[in-house]
Design a protein around this ligand. Sequence first.
Ligand SMILES: C[S@@+](CC[C@H](N)C(=O)[O-])C[C@H]1O[C@@H](n2cnc3c(N)ncnc32)[C@H](O)[C@@H]1O
Length: 371
Amino acid sequence: MNFTLIATATFGLEKVVADELKQLGYDDLMVENGKVTFEGDEMDIVTCNMWLRTADRVLIKMAEFKAESFEDLFQGTLAVNWGDIIPITGFMHVIGKSVKSKLFSVPDCQSIVKKAVVESMKRKYRRDLFPENGAEYKIEVAILKDVVTLTLDTSGPGLHKRGYREFAGEAPLKETLAAALVLLSKWDPSKQLADPLCGSGTIAIEAAMIGRNMAPGLNRSFASEQWEIIPQDMWSDIRDFARNSINNKEFRILASDINGRLLRTARGNAEKAGVSNNIAFQKLDVKDFSSKKKCGVIITNPPYGERIGETKEVEELYKTMGRVFRELPEWSYFILTSYEGFERLFNKKSDKNRKLYNGRLKCYLYQFMES
Ligand SMILES: C[S@@+](CC[C@H](N)C(=O)[O-])C[C@H]1O[C@@H](n2cnc3c(N)ncnc32)[C@H](O)[C@@H]1O
């Protein structure tokens, strides 16, 4: 079947997701706030879930229409042939959101959509009751300025869940955001990479997976893996291909932190991800960070000083980072923080900065290229 697919993205990462899709061979991409839309079939659903590192989810767009009343919403939903994808046993779970729209009661919209989906299924299967004891089909009704978008979620748990993170640090980065920082830095394994404030190691682990060409979805399952429309051997073929694509490049990423407990977590996560040989973990204060390598890349996510009483400490830390990193003039560094006065304390103006969101927190990725 042909589908319109949507790779959802955290605000600020849409272009990174689009670049990943281009790399995977997709064109005709439509890039909008929070999403990239493209065309694909069953194999593309499998491929994108398996390989996209920076998208949150892969959805099938089922319909888009204007609705100013519950009747409009019901009729628009009923017009979709849900039974083309959902089988008799399918468990139809509806979630919703509404922004700046006449239909603002999300629970009401959800129940109307559910009623209309069941009505459409009744017509297709010529039966009245559906046991809903099979695979899950999560339907989202998203209404923005009276325009309804209906989607089916092929991913299930968000794609940041790679399956390697058993323990998180204090303020771990989402895996999708960590992977985006690495892709934005254009790092490749021929260059030394370091994260001297690595916490639970997300940036180093994601970078190692990129360096080894490991598919981020290899060790997890997806909602649509249970769907009848996607043959099981598509999943096993793509997993075999992903396994065979892993390279044995030798490189060692430096990941250090002042907190020994977090480093233990980081080591455990790296092991689970299968990249512990590519990361050298070390307990080290960033003030003592140095390298004999002439060139390299630092990608790091220091504390932001969000909690009361932390500001002074974080300000001192940023000053120290500025001093230490300047000792490595031919390195480039990428620093993600929500702290507004970062460049002043770091004592260097970035070549470029990029607005990104870490959860709900507005951050900037300050990019300093080697001089
Ligand atoms: C926001 S967290 C990093 C989270 C990490 N990106 C992750 O995904 O888990 C900031 C880290 O900086 C570390 N840190 C704070 N001061 C430090 C210092 N002086 N030297 C090295 N690490 C430090 C903290 O222990 C903490 O793990």
